[in-house]
Design a protein around this ligand. Structure first.
Ligand code: ATP
Ligand code: MG
Length: 133
């Protein structure tokens, strides 16, 4: 189970599909139900942002199974408009859509590693990792 699997995000229902596949992979890696829920919530937020702001994109999952550590990598990518206010989006309450602006700060809190790459006009890639301990 060391191959990447991806879910295309095109319609709202795909958010649910991504969430379910991610939770399934997390459970197989050995995450408990609380961490499974955290991971599923993070996936929902990332997928919802793709759906809302980029229109389409994908969420990919990659189990990490080394000798001494296990975890899951989740990559959300799209070729949407990118994020203009990159320095502001990690602050609670920043939203360009009248949302709560809690999505990305929430994902960062739920996961262990968080990296965001976005070029305005080209797209966004957000890579997060949760380690099993
Ligand atoms: N994939 C993306 N492409 C373009 N812009 C994005 C993307 N994801 C997030 N953003 C921008 O970052 C802002 C902050 O995102 P975040 O998820 O934290 O809050 P929100 O979606 O506005 O509100 P909430 O998630 O709380 O409903 C968004 O308002 C949007 O402007
Ligand atoms: Mg959001």
């Amino acid at each position: 189970m060391d191959i990447q699997s991806c879910v295309n995000i095109k319609k709202e229902w795909d958010i649910v599909g991504a969430r379910q596949l991610g939770r399934d992979i997390a459970r197989k890696i050995g995450f408990g139900t609380v961490d499974q829920a955290r991971i599923a919530t993070a996936i929902s937020e990332l997928a919802r942002n793709i759906y809302l702001y980029a229109g389409t994109g994908k969420i990919c999952f990659e189990p990490i199974e080394d000798m001494n550590q296990k975890g899951i990598t989740i990559i959300a990518m799209d070729d949407g408009p990118g994020i203009k206010e990159l320095s502001l989006v990690m602050e609670d309450g920043f939203s360009t859509s009248g949302g709560l602006g809690a999505g990305l700060p929430g994902v960062k809190r739920l996961m262990d590693d968080f990296n965001i790459f976005s070029e305005y006009g080209k797209g966004t890639e957000i890579k997060v990792v949760k380690w099993l301990r």
